[in-house]
Design a protein around this ligand. Sequence first.
Ligand code: FAD
Length: 434
Amino acid sequence: MPEKFDAIVVGAGPSGNAATYTLAKAGLKVLQIERGEYPGSKNVQGAILYSDALERIIPDFREDAPLERHIIEQRMWLLDDKSFVGTHFRSEDYNKPPYNRYTIIRAQFDKWFSSKVREAGALLICETTVEQLLMDGERVVGVRCDRLGGDVFADVVILADGVNSTLARKAGFHPEIQAKDVALAVKEILFMPEEVIQARFNIGEEEGVVIEMMGSVTEGMVGTGFLYTNKDSLTIGVGCMLSDFKTNPNRTTPYALLEKLKKHPSIAPLIEGGEMKEYCAHLIPEGGFHAVPKIFGHGWMIVGDSGGFVNAAHREGSNLAMTTGRLAAETVIAARAAGKDMDAKTLSAYKAALDDSFVMKDLKKYRDLPEVLHNSPHFFSTYPGLVNRAAQTMFTVDGVDKKTKEREVLGSFKAARKLTGLVGDAVKLWRAVR
Ligand code: FAD
C-alpha cells in the first residue's frame, strides 16, 4: 500500500516553505518535494525580504535567519545615458528594530527556511522532480515523481513550483504562459569589502540601500534595473517583459542590458572593483491581476509565482509567495479541523482569504497597469530622456533667464508628446495606479 500524506507540497521556495511549515506546525503529515539539490539551489531573487509576511509565519525569525542588511534608504532613479533624476527616501524610523525590509541571499535564506520546515516535522525530499499530478477523475489525489520509485498520495496537493508551472499546465489548470505576462530578469552578485559598500552608499554597519531604476537602460522596453546592498556584496540586475525581448528590433539580450547598466556613469563608480561570483537569469510573473489563473480545485491549490502572485509595481514577490502559501495551509488546517472533504467547495475558502488580503487587493488596484505600460513604451524611453534634459536645463547656470528655460523645457515636452499626448499619458497613468 503506497504511503499517504495529509498534504504534499511541490517546491521549496518561499511559497512552498510557508505552506509546508504552517501545515507541519499544526501537526499535519506533510511531504515536500524539491527538484533542486537543496532548497534555494534553483531559486533567484533580487533580493529584498519584506519582513511582515515572514513574521506572521515565524515571529522570531530575526534570531537566526541569514539577513544581510536592513534597508534604511530607498532610491528611485530615472536614467538617460549620461545622467539620472532621482528621489531618495531615507528615514531613521527604518533604522529602529524591528526592521521592515532586509536584503537577503536566496540560496542561504531558502536553506534556513527549509531547516525550520524540517524542525516543524515535515518530510523534505530533494533532487526529486514531480513529473505529473495523479488524478482520480477531476480530483488530484497525489503526485508521480522521477525517482521516488512510485506514486505518492495525499488529501491535498499544493503547487508551489514557481513561475511557468509545468504541472498545472499538464493537468490543464493553467493555459500556456504568455510572453506578455512574464519578465526575464538577469542579475549578478558582486563581492567587495563591507567598509567600501558603507562608504559608497553612505550607510553604517548592517544598514542598506535599495536603488530601483527605469529609463534608457531598458532601451524602450517595459522593465527596470535594480542595485541592492548586501553585507559584503552588491546585487545588480535588470529585467524586461519577455514579449519586448522577442519584438525588440535591435535583438537586445538581457545580458547586454546588464552590461550597459553596469557601465552607466552613475552606476559604474558604485560597483567598481566588485568581484562577480554569481550570475543568474529567471522569469518573473508580471501579468498581474488578469493573469492569475484558477488557483484551487478538487484536491489542489496553487501558491506563489505558480499562481502569478507578483506585484511588479512595488517589486514584491516573495511576500506574496509566503502569504499565499500560509493562507493555503490555513485553509487545509481549518478544513481538516471541521472534518471536511478537500474538494473545490472547501478549498474555495483559500480564494476568499486571498481576496480579503493585501495580495488580491494590491493586484486588483494595479490590474490595468501591465496593459497601460505595454501600450506606452514612451514611459520607458521618451519621458526619462525629457526629464533628465529638463533637469540639466534648469540646473545649468549659463546666462539664460529662467523663464526662457521653462519655455524651452515645456517646448521639449510638447514637441515629443504634443499637449494632448501629455494629458492623455497623465490620465492613463493615474487611472492605472489610483
Ligand atoms: P520559487 O522561489 O521559484 O520556488 C519554486 C520551487 O519549486 C523551486 O525551488 C523549484 O526548484 C521547485 N520546483 C519547480 N518545479 C518542480 C517540480 N516539478 N518538482 C519539484 N520541485 C519543483 N521578490 C521580492 O519579494 N523581492 C525582491 O527583491 C525580488 N527580486 C527578484 C529579482 C529577480 C531577478 C527575480 C527573478 C525575482 C524576484 N522576486 C523578488 C520575486 C521572487 O523571487 C518570487 O516571487 C518568489 O521567489 C516566488 O516564490 P515561489 O516559492 O512561489 O517560487
